[in-house]
Ligand binder design. Structure first.
Ligand code: GDP
Ligand code: IMO
Ligand code: MG
Length: 423
Protein backbone atom coordinates (compact mmCIF):
# COMPACT_ATOMS: atom_id res chain seq x y z
CA UNK A 1 0.00 0.00 0.00
CA UNK A 2 3.02 2.22 0.24
CA UNK A 3 4.28 4.89 -2.11
CA UNK A 4 8.05 5.07 -2.42
CA UNK A 5 9.94 8.03 -3.86
CA UNK A 6 13.11 8.12 -5.91
CA UNK A 7 14.89 11.48 -6.08
CA UNK A 8 18.17 12.94 -7.28
CA UNK A 9 20.12 14.58 -4.45
CA UNK A 10 22.56 16.72 -6.44
CA UNK A 11 22.16 18.96 -9.52
CA UNK A 12 20.44 16.29 -11.63
CA UNK A 13 21.71 13.46 -13.86
CA UNK A 14 22.47 11.24 -10.88
CA UNK A 15 21.20 8.15 -12.72
CA UNK A 16 17.52 8.23 -11.74
CA UNK A 17 16.37 6.72 -15.03
CA UNK A 18 18.67 3.73 -14.68
CA UNK A 19 17.57 2.93 -11.14
CA UNK A 20 13.84 3.40 -11.81
CA UNK A 21 14.23 0.89 -14.65
CA UNK A 22 16.04 -1.54 -12.33
CA UNK A 23 13.39 -1.20 -9.58
CA UNK A 24 10.29 -1.30 -11.81
CA UNK A 25 9.93 -5.08 -11.47
CA UNK A 26 8.92 -4.48 -7.83
CA UNK A 27 6.16 -1.96 -8.64
CA UNK A 28 2.72 -1.75 -10.25
CA UNK A 29 2.85 1.96 -11.08
CA UNK A 30 5.73 4.33 -11.91
CA UNK A 31 4.69 7.98 -11.67
CA UNK A 32 6.56 11.13 -12.70
CA UNK A 33 5.57 14.06 -10.50
CA UNK A 34 7.33 17.20 -11.73
CA UNK A 35 9.54 18.73 -14.40
CA UNK A 36 9.16 18.17 -18.10
CA UNK A 37 11.38 17.61 -21.13
CA UNK A 38 14.24 19.46 -19.44
CA UNK A 39 14.90 16.02 -17.94
CA UNK A 40 16.95 13.40 -19.75
CA UNK A 41 16.79 9.97 -18.12
CA UNK A 42 19.08 7.35 -19.60
CA UNK A 43 18.44 3.60 -19.48
CA UNK A 44 20.72 0.94 -20.90
CA UNK A 45 19.99 -2.72 -21.46
CA UNK A 46 20.59 -5.34 -24.17
CA UNK A 47 23.31 -3.09 -25.59
CA UNK A 48 20.84 -0.27 -26.37
CA UNK A 49 20.71 3.16 -24.77
CA UNK A 50 17.34 4.90 -24.40
CA UNK A 51 16.81 8.50 -23.28
CA UNK A 52 13.42 9.50 -21.85
CA UNK A 53 12.37 13.10 -21.22
CA UNK A 54 8.75 13.10 -20.06
CA UNK A 55 7.77 9.44 -20.06
CA UNK A 56 8.47 7.57 -16.80
CA UNK A 57 11.41 5.18 -16.80
CA UNK A 58 9.29 2.08 -16.17
CA UNK A 59 7.92 2.08 -19.73
CA UNK A 60 10.14 -0.75 -20.99
CA UNK A 61 8.61 -3.26 -18.58
CA UNK A 62 5.46 -5.13 -19.54
CA UNK A 63 3.47 -5.01 -16.35
CA UNK A 64 3.89 -1.58 -14.81
CA UNK A 65 1.57 1.31 -15.56
CA UNK A 66 3.45 4.56 -16.24
CA UNK A 67 1.76 7.73 -15.13
CA UNK A 68 2.58 11.32 -16.05
CA UNK A 69 1.34 13.19 -12.99
CA UNK A 70 -0.32 16.58 -12.57
CA UNK A 71 2.94 18.25 -11.51
CA UNK A 72 4.59 17.52 -14.87
CA UNK A 73 4.63 19.96 -17.80
CA UNK A 74 4.24 18.30 -21.20
CA UNK A 75 5.48 19.52 -24.56
CA UNK A 76 3.29 17.57 -27.01
CA UNK A 77 5.95 17.87 -29.75
CA UNK A 78 8.70 16.30 -27.66
CA UNK A 79 6.25 13.80 -26.19
CA UNK A 80 5.30 12.64 -29.67
CA UNK A 81 8.98 12.11 -30.53
CA UNK A 82 9.39 10.02 -27.41
CA UNK A 83 6.38 7.90 -28.37
CA UNK A 84 7.75 7.45 -31.90
CA UNK A 85 11.02 6.21 -30.42
CA UNK A 86 9.19 3.70 -28.23
CA UNK A 87 7.23 2.48 -31.25
CA UNK A 88 10.54 1.68 -32.98
CA UNK A 89 11.22 -0.79 -30.18
CA UNK A 90 7.69 -2.24 -30.40
CA UNK A 91 6.73 -0.91 -27.00
CA UNK A 92 2.96 -1.02 -26.64
CA UNK A 93 2.80 2.29 -24.79
CA UNK A 94 -0.91 2.90 -25.31
CA UNK A 95 -1.88 0.15 -22.91
CA UNK A 96 0.38 1.29 -20.09
CA UNK A 97 0.80 5.05 -20.29
CA UNK A 98 -1.65 7.33 -18.48
CA UNK A 99 -1.67 11.14 -18.37
CA UNK A 100 -3.09 13.35 -15.67
CA UNK A 101 -5.74 15.80 -16.88
CA UNK A 102 -4.19 18.35 -14.54
CA UNK A 103 -0.71 18.32 -16.14
CA UNK A 104 0.07 21.61 -17.89
CA UNK A 105 1.02 22.00 -21.55
CA UNK A 106 4.17 23.66 -22.86
CA UNK A 107 3.18 25.82 -25.85
CA UNK A 108 5.56 26.78 -28.68
CA UNK A 109 5.54 30.37 -27.37
CA UNK A 110 6.66 29.17 -23.93
CA UNK A 111 9.85 27.89 -25.55
CA UNK A 112 10.41 31.20 -27.32
CA UNK A 113 9.79 33.14 -24.11
CA UNK A 114 12.39 30.94 -22.41
CA UNK A 115 14.93 31.75 -25.14
CA UNK A 116 14.15 35.49 -25.02
CA UNK A 117 14.39 35.59 -21.23
CA UNK A 118 17.72 33.75 -21.22
CA UNK A 119 19.19 35.88 -24.03
CA UNK A 120 18.20 39.06 -22.20
CA UNK A 121 20.05 37.93 -19.08
CA UNK A 122 23.44 37.86 -20.84
CA UNK A 123 26.14 36.55 -18.51
CA UNK A 124 23.63 36.05 -15.69
CA UNK A 125 21.70 33.43 -17.69
CA UNK A 126 20.43 30.34 -15.85
CA UNK A 127 21.73 27.96 -18.49
CA UNK A 128 18.19 26.69 -19.05
CA UNK A 129 17.59 23.73 -21.34
CA UNK A 130 15.28 26.17 -23.22
CA UNK A 131 12.38 23.74 -23.20
CA UNK A 132 9.94 26.38 -21.97
CA UNK A 133 9.86 25.06 -18.42
CA UNK A 134 10.06 28.41 -16.55
CA UNK A 135 7.39 30.22 -18.63
CA UNK A 136 5.02 27.22 -18.42
CA UNK A 137 5.23 27.00 -14.62
CA UNK A 138 4.84 30.81 -14.51
CA UNK A 139 1.56 30.48 -16.41
CA UNK A 140 0.54 27.64 -14.09
CA UNK A 141 1.06 29.67 -10.92
CA UNK A 142 -0.20 32.81 -12.68
CA UNK A 143 -3.43 30.85 -13.34
CA UNK A 144 -3.22 31.25 -17.10
CA UNK A 145 -2.04 27.78 -18.11
CA UNK A 146 -3.63 25.26 -20.44
CA UNK A 147 -3.98 21.77 -19.03
CA UNK A 148 -4.22 18.35 -20.67
CA UNK A 149 -7.87 18.11 -19.58
CA UNK A 150 -8.63 21.34 -21.49
CA UNK A 151 -7.91 19.48 -24.74
CA UNK A 152 -11.22 17.68 -24.18
CA UNK A 153 -13.11 21.00 -24.23
CA UNK A 154 -14.48 22.53 -27.43
CA UNK A 155 -13.06 26.01 -26.81
CA UNK A 156 -9.46 25.08 -26.03
CA UNK A 157 -8.08 26.48 -29.29
CA UNK A 158 -9.58 29.89 -28.51
CA UNK A 159 -7.95 29.80 -25.11
CA UNK A 160 -4.73 28.75 -26.81
CA UNK A 161 -4.91 31.71 -29.20
CA UNK A 162 -5.53 34.23 -26.41
CA UNK A 163 -2.54 32.93 -24.46
CA UNK A 164 -0.24 32.72 -27.51
CA UNK A 165 -1.15 36.33 -28.47
CA UNK A 166 -0.24 37.46 -24.98
CA UNK A 167 3.05 35.55 -25.21
CA UNK A 168 3.89 37.25 -28.51
CA UNK A 169 3.47 40.64 -26.88
CA UNK A 170 5.70 39.47 -24.02
CA UNK A 171 8.36 38.23 -26.46
CA UNK A 172 8.41 41.69 -28.06
CA UNK A 173 9.05 43.18 -24.64
CA UNK A 174 12.51 41.55 -24.50
CA UNK A 175 15.45 43.35 -26.12
CA UNK A 176 16.82 40.07 -27.42
CA UNK A 177 15.10 39.42 -30.70
CA UNK A 178 14.48 35.75 -31.32
CA UNK A 179 13.65 34.69 -34.87
CA UNK A 180 10.73 32.27 -35.08
CA UNK A 181 7.98 31.14 -37.40
CA UNK A 182 4.96 30.61 -35.19
CA UNK A 183 2.79 29.17 -37.93
CA UNK A 184 5.29 26.41 -38.58
CA UNK A 185 5.70 25.72 -34.87
CA UNK A 186 1.95 25.61 -34.42
CA UNK A 187 1.56 23.12 -37.23
CA UNK A 188 3.83 20.68 -35.38
CA UNK A 189 2.17 21.52 -32.09
CA UNK A 190 -1.42 20.86 -33.20
CA UNK A 191 -0.38 17.65 -34.95
CA UNK A 192 1.37 16.47 -31.77
CA UNK A 193 -1.66 17.41 -29.66
CA UNK A 194 -3.71 14.97 -31.75
CA UNK A 195 -1.21 12.21 -30.91
CA UNK A 196 -1.40 13.16 -27.23
CA UNK A 197 -5.20 12.97 -27.42
CA UNK A 198 -4.96 9.36 -28.59
CA UNK A 199 -3.64 8.46 -25.13
CA UNK A 200 -5.65 7.95 -21.96
CA UNK A 201 -6.27 11.04 -19.82
CA UNK A 202 -7.27 10.39 -16.22
CA UNK A 203 -7.99 12.06 -12.90
CA UNK A 204 -4.71 10.70 -11.63
CA UNK A 205 -5.06 11.61 -7.95
CA UNK A 206 -8.22 9.46 -7.79
CA UNK A 207 -6.54 6.69 -9.76
CA UNK A 208 -3.62 6.65 -7.32
CA UNK A 209 -5.98 6.73 -4.35
CA UNK A 210 -7.81 3.65 -5.63
CA UNK A 211 -4.52 1.95 -6.49
CA UNK A 212 -3.33 2.45 -2.92
CA UNK A 213 -6.59 1.02 -1.56
CA UNK A 214 -6.07 -2.05 -3.74
CA UNK A 215 -2.58 -2.51 -2.29
CA UNK A 216 -0.74 -1.60 -5.50
CA UNK A 217 2.90 -0.62 -5.21
CA UNK A 218 3.76 2.85 -6.48
CA UNK A 219 7.16 4.39 -7.19
CA UNK A 220 7.30 8.16 -7.77
CA UNK A 221 10.13 9.16 -10.12
CA UNK A 222 11.74 12.55 -9.61
CA UNK A 223 13.40 14.67 -12.25
CA UNK A 224 16.26 17.16 -11.88
CA UNK A 225 17.86 17.13 -8.41
CA UNK A 226 17.36 18.63 -4.96
CA UNK A 227 19.85 21.45 -5.57
CA UNK A 228 17.74 22.54 -8.56
CA UNK A 229 14.56 22.74 -6.43
CA UNK A 230 12.74 26.08 -6.81
CA UNK A 231 12.66 26.59 -3.01
CA UNK A 232 15.68 24.69 -1.71
CA UNK A 233 18.07 24.80 -4.65
CA UNK A 234 20.77 27.32 -5.53
CA UNK A 235 18.25 30.00 -6.51
CA UNK A 236 17.99 31.58 -9.06
CA UNK A 237 20.08 28.89 -10.81
CA UNK A 238 17.36 26.29 -10.39
CA UNK A 239 14.45 24.81 -12.29
CA UNK A 240 10.84 25.94 -11.76
CA UNK A 241 9.37 23.04 -9.79
CA UNK A 242 9.77 21.34 -6.42
CA UNK A 243 12.15 18.49 -7.14
CA UNK A 244 12.28 17.47 -3.47
CA UNK A 245 10.09 14.92 -1.66
CA UNK A 246 7.23 17.35 -1.01
CA UNK A 247 6.91 17.80 -4.79
CA UNK A 248 5.71 14.20 -5.04
CA UNK A 249 2.74 15.01 -2.78
CA UNK A 250 1.65 18.06 -4.78
CA UNK A 251 2.68 16.57 -8.12
CA UNK A 252 0.63 13.40 -7.70
CA UNK A 253 -1.94 14.07 -5.00
CA UNK A 254 -0.33 11.53 -2.67
CA UNK A 255 -0.64 12.39 1.02
CA UNK A 256 2.60 12.75 3.04
CA UNK A 257 1.63 9.98 5.46
CA UNK A 258 1.38 7.49 2.56
CA UNK A 259 5.06 7.83 1.68
CA UNK A 260 7.30 5.09 2.98
CA UNK A 261 10.78 4.82 1.52
CA UNK A 262 12.59 7.84 0.08
CA UNK A 263 15.42 6.62 -2.16
CA UNK A 264 18.08 9.29 -2.62
CA UNK A 265 20.38 8.88 -5.61
CA UNK A 266 23.78 10.50 -5.85
CA UNK A 267 26.92 10.19 -7.95
CA UNK A 268 30.15 9.23 -6.16
CA UNK A 269 31.35 12.68 -7.29
CA UNK A 270 29.37 15.77 -8.36
CA UNK A 271 28.28 17.21 -11.69
CA UNK A 272 26.30 20.25 -12.76
CA UNK A 273 25.11 21.37 -16.19
CA UNK A 274 24.15 25.02 -16.69
CA UNK A 275 25.15 28.05 -14.62
CA UNK A 276 25.29 28.59 -10.87
CA UNK A 277 27.56 28.01 -7.89
CA UNK A 278 29.33 24.65 -7.45
CA UNK A 279 31.79 24.78 -4.52
CA UNK A 280 33.70 21.56 -5.27
CA UNK A 281 33.99 22.14 -9.03
CA UNK A 282 37.36 21.12 -10.51
CA UNK A 283 39.12 22.94 -13.31
CA UNK A 284 42.09 20.57 -13.41
CA UNK A 285 43.02 17.17 -14.79
CA UNK A 286 40.95 15.35 -12.13
CA UNK A 287 37.77 17.12 -13.26
CA UNK A 288 38.65 16.44 -16.87
CA UNK A 289 39.12 12.72 -16.07
CA UNK A 290 35.72 12.50 -14.35
CA UNK A 291 34.05 14.11 -17.37
CA UNK A 292 35.82 11.86 -19.84
CA UNK A 293 35.51 8.53 -17.99
CA UNK A 294 31.98 9.34 -16.79
CA UNK A 295 30.96 10.52 -20.27
CA UNK A 296 29.50 13.61 -18.65
CA UNK A 297 27.44 15.23 -21.39
CA UNK A 298 23.84 16.35 -20.85
CA UNK A 299 21.26 13.77 -22.00
CA UNK A 300 18.91 16.56 -23.15
CA UNK A 301 21.20 19.28 -24.51
CA UNK A 302 24.52 17.47 -25.07
CA UNK A 303 26.35 20.20 -23.10
CA UNK A 304 29.45 19.08 -21.17
CA UNK A 305 28.71 18.72 -17.46
CA UNK A 306 30.91 20.53 -14.97
CA UNK A 307 32.60 17.99 -12.63
CA UNK A 308 33.96 18.04 -9.09
CA UNK A 309 34.47 16.09 -5.87
CA UNK A 310 31.61 14.82 -3.75
CA UNK A 311 30.14 17.58 -1.56
CA UNK A 312 28.86 16.10 1.69
CA UNK A 313 27.70 19.47 3.01
CA UNK A 314 25.29 19.77 0.08
CA UNK A 315 24.41 16.06 0.16
CA UNK A 316 23.57 16.14 3.87
CA UNK A 317 21.27 19.10 3.21
CA UNK A 318 19.47 17.13 0.49
CA UNK A 319 19.16 14.07 2.76
CA UNK A 320 17.54 16.26 5.43
CA UNK A 321 15.18 18.20 3.15
CA UNK A 322 13.93 14.97 1.56
CA UNK A 323 13.90 12.66 4.58
CA UNK A 324 15.97 10.12 2.63
CA UNK A 325 15.71 6.60 4.08
CA UNK A 326 18.06 4.79 1.67
CA UNK A 327 20.92 6.06 -0.45
CA UNK A 328 22.05 4.75 -3.82
CA UNK A 329 25.54 5.57 -5.02
CA UNK A 330 26.05 5.80 -8.77
CA UNK A 331 29.13 5.84 -11.01
CA UNK A 332 31.60 4.54 -8.42
CA UNK A 333 33.35 2.91 -11.40
CA UNK A 334 34.31 6.36 -12.71
CA UNK A 335 36.53 6.95 -9.67
CA UNK A 336 38.68 3.83 -10.28
CA UNK A 337 42.30 4.85 -10.78
CA UNK A 338 42.35 8.00 -8.65
CA UNK A 339 45.19 7.56 -6.16
CA UNK A 340 43.55 9.94 -3.70
CA UNK A 341 39.88 10.84 -3.42
CA UNK A 342 38.65 14.02 -1.82
CA UNK A 343 35.33 14.48 -0.07
CA UNK A 344 34.14 17.91 1.03
CA UNK A 345 33.01 17.66 4.66
CA UNK A 346 32.78 21.35 5.61
CA UNK A 347 32.97 24.84 4.15
CA UNK A 348 35.11 27.77 5.14
CA UNK A 349 32.36 30.39 5.08
CA UNK A 350 33.20 34.04 5.71
CA UNK A 351 36.16 32.99 7.87
CA UNK A 352 34.27 30.35 9.86
CA UNK A 353 34.12 26.57 9.44
CA UNK A 354 30.54 25.37 8.92
CA UNK A 355 29.02 22.01 8.01
CA UNK A 356 25.59 23.14 6.79
CA UNK A 357 24.62 24.70 3.46
CA UNK A 358 24.45 28.48 3.91
CA UNK A 359 22.11 30.89 2.07
CA UNK A 360 24.80 31.88 -0.39
CA UNK A 361 27.36 29.41 -1.76
CA UNK A 362 28.92 31.70 -4.35
CA UNK A 363 32.70 31.02 -4.70
CA UNK A 364 33.63 34.32 -3.00
CA UNK A 365 31.86 33.15 0.19
CA UNK A 366 32.68 29.46 0.29
CA UNK A 367 35.87 27.40 0.20
CA UNK A 368 35.46 23.63 0.51
CA UNK A 369 37.37 21.77 3.24
CA UNK A 370 38.29 18.26 2.14
CA UNK A 371 38.90 14.92 3.82
CA UNK A 372 41.27 12.81 1.75
CA UNK A 373 40.77 9.09 1.27
CA UNK A 374 42.78 6.40 -0.48
CA UNK A 375 41.39 5.51 -3.90
CA UNK A 376 41.15 2.09 -5.60
CA UNK A 377 42.54 0.95 -8.92
CA UNK A 378 40.29 -2.06 -9.58
CA UNK A 379 37.80 -1.93 -12.47
CA UNK A 380 34.34 -2.15 -10.85
CA UNK A 381 32.33 -2.52 -14.03
CA UNK A 382 32.57 -6.33 -14.17
CA UNK A 383 31.75 -6.84 -10.51
CA UNK A 384 28.43 -8.43 -9.62
CA UNK A 385 28.60 -8.76 -5.84
CA UNK A 386 29.67 -6.55 -2.98
CA UNK A 387 32.13 -9.24 -1.82
CA UNK A 388 34.26 -8.27 -4.84
CA UNK A 389 34.54 -4.62 -3.77
CA UNK A 390 38.07 -3.37 -3.03
CA UNK A 391 38.75 -2.41 0.57
CA UNK A 392 39.10 1.30 -0.31
CA UNK A 393 35.66 1.38 -1.96
CA UNK A 394 34.12 -0.16 1.17
CA UNK A 395 35.90 2.49 3.24
CA UNK A 396 34.55 5.25 0.97
CA UNK A 397 30.99 3.88 1.23
CA UNK A 398 31.17 3.40 5.00
CA UNK A 399 32.55 6.91 5.48
CA UNK A 400 29.61 8.38 3.53
CA UNK A 401 27.07 6.27 5.42
CA UNK A 402 28.47 7.51 8.72
CA UNK A 403 28.53 11.16 7.67
CA UNK A 404 25.04 11.03 6.14
CA UNK A 405 23.58 8.76 8.85
CA UNK A 406 21.78 6.80 6.13
CA UNK A 407 22.49 3.35 4.61
CA UNK A 408 23.72 3.00 1.02
CA UNK A 409 21.68 0.08 -0.31
CA UNK A 410 22.61 0.12 -4.00
CA UNK A 411 26.00 0.72 -5.62
CA UNK A 412 25.92 1.20 -9.39
CA UNK A 413 29.08 0.22 -11.28
CA UNK A 414 28.15 0.99 -14.88
CA UNK A 415 25.32 2.33 -17.05
CA UNK A 416 23.74 -1.05 -17.82
CA UNK A 417 20.76 -2.44 -15.94
CA UNK A 418 22.87 -5.42 -14.87
CA UNK A 419 25.69 -3.30 -13.41
CA UNK A 420 23.78 -2.76 -10.19
CA UNK A 421 24.89 -4.17 -6.85
CA UNK A 422 22.58 -4.47 -3.84
CA UNK A 423 24.18 -4.22 -0.41
P1 GDP B 1 19.19 10.98 -14.75
O1 GDP B 1 18.80 12.27 -15.38
O2 GDP B 1 19.30 11.08 -13.26
O3 GDP B 1 18.32 9.82 -15.15
O4 GDP B 1 20.65 10.66 -15.27
P2 GDP B 1 21.20 10.83 -16.80
O5 GDP B 1 20.66 9.73 -17.61
O6 GDP B 1 20.98 12.21 -17.27
O7 GDP B 1 22.77 10.72 -16.55
C1 GDP B 1 23.34 9.60 -15.97
C2 GDP B 1 24.36 9.04 -16.96
O8 GDP B 1 25.21 8.13 -16.30
C3 GDP B 1 23.72 8.25 -18.07
O9 GDP B 1 24.50 8.38 -19.22
C4 GDP B 1 23.75 6.81 -17.56
O10 GDP B 1 23.76 5.86 -18.59
C5 GDP B 1 25.08 6.81 -16.84
N1 GDP B 1 25.16 5.93 -15.65
C6 GDP B 1 24.21 5.62 -14.73
N2 GDP B 1 24.74 4.88 -13.74
C7 GDP B 1 26.04 4.72 -14.04
C8 GDP B 1 27.13 4.05 -13.39
O11 GDP B 1 27.01 3.48 -12.31
N3 GDP B 1 28.35 4.11 -14.01
C9 GDP B 1 28.54 4.75 -15.19
N4 GDP B 1 29.76 4.76 -15.72
N5 GDP B 1 27.53 5.37 -15.83
C10 GDP B 1 26.32 5.37 -15.25
P1 IMO C 1 17.41 15.34 -15.06
O1 IMO C 1 15.99 14.93 -14.70
C1 IMO C 1 20.51 18.37 -15.01
C2 IMO C 1 19.24 22.55 -15.21
C3 IMO C 1 19.60 23.33 -16.45
C4 IMO C 1 19.70 24.73 -15.88
C5 IMO C 1 18.58 24.74 -14.84
C6 IMO C 1 17.26 25.31 -15.33
O2 IMO C 1 17.90 14.73 -16.31
O3 IMO C 1 18.30 15.16 -13.89
P2 IMO C 1 15.35 24.59 -17.03
O4 IMO C 1 15.43 23.90 -18.35
O5 IMO C 1 14.62 23.83 -16.00
O6 IMO C 1 14.90 26.00 -17.16
O7 IMO C 1 16.90 24.68 -16.53
O8 IMO C 1 18.39 23.39 -14.45
N1 IMO C 1 18.50 21.29 -15.47
C7 IMO C 1 19.03 20.08 -15.35
N2 IMO C 1 20.30 19.69 -15.08
N3 IMO C 1 19.55 17.43 -15.17
C8 IMO C 1 18.27 17.80 -15.41
O9 IMO C 1 17.26 16.91 -15.42
C9 IMO C 1 17.97 19.17 -15.56
N4 IMO C 1 16.84 19.87 -15.82
C10 IMO C 1 17.18 21.16 -15.75
O10 IMO C 1 20.81 22.89 -17.01
O11 IMO C 1 20.91 24.87 -15.20
MG1 MG D 1 19.49 13.58 -16.86
Amino acid sequence: MAVNLLLGLQWGDEGKGKIVDVLTKNYDIIARFQGGPNAGHTLEFDGIKHVLHTIPSGIFHDKAVNLVGNGVVIDPVIFKKELDNLAKFNIDYKSKLLISRKAHLILPTHRILDAASEASKGKAKIGSTLKGIGPTYMDKTGRNGIRVGDLELSDWKERYRTLANKHEAMIDFYDAKIEYDLQELEQDFFEAVETLKSLTFIDSEEYLHQAQKEGKKILAEGAQGSLLDIDFGTYPFVTSSNTTAAGACTGLGVAPNKIKEVFGIFKAYTTRVGSGPFPTELFDEDGETMGRVGNEFGATTGRPRRCGWLDLVALKYAVHVNGVTQLMMMKGDVLSGFETLKVCTAYKYKGETIDHLPYNIEPENVTPIYTEMKGWSEDLTKMSDKSQFPKELNEYIEFLEKELETPITIVSVGPDRTQTIHR
